[in-house]
Design a protein around this ligand. Structure first.
Ligand code: ZN
Ligand code: ZN
Length: 112
């Protein structure tokens, strides 16, 4: 299964732009968020320029839940599928297929 990252935009969090922003989704309501694959910080404004830390909205913690349905733990989010990205109106110029290291660090961060 492919997972997808934001295209051509470095992550604005404390990873100093080293991280890629992975699209992740809620398994219950399909809410889509972005997760830095270096540190695990989570952002919710998908369309913003993502150029400052002000866009950092959710510090990942094992107890935090989906901002939309408030039912699913953020740690249970899964990489968003391409059909889901298209469904919310994401254009192909906004995302690209992530390399497998992104998926590996997602699994690692999620289990912390
Ligand atoms: Zn980052
Ligand atoms: Zn949800």
């Amino acid at each position: 299964m492919n997972c997808y990252v934001v295209k051509n935009k470095p992550c604005p969090c404390d990873c100093d732009g080293n991280g890629q922003l992975l699209y992740i989704s809620c398994s219950s309501c399909n809410c889509i968020l972005l997760m830095c694959d270096e540190i695990g910080n989570i952002f919710d404004n998908l369309m913003s320029p993502l150029n400052s830390k002000e866009h950092l909205v959710i510090w990942r913690s094992s107890k935090q839940v989906c901002p939309q349905c408030k039912e699913v733990l953020l740690s249970n989010f899964v990489p968003a599928t391409e059909s889901l990205l298209k469904k919310i109106g994401m254009e192909e110029s906004n995302y690209e297929v992530a390399d497998e290291n992104v998926f590996k660090s997602f699994i690692k961060l999620r289990s912390v």
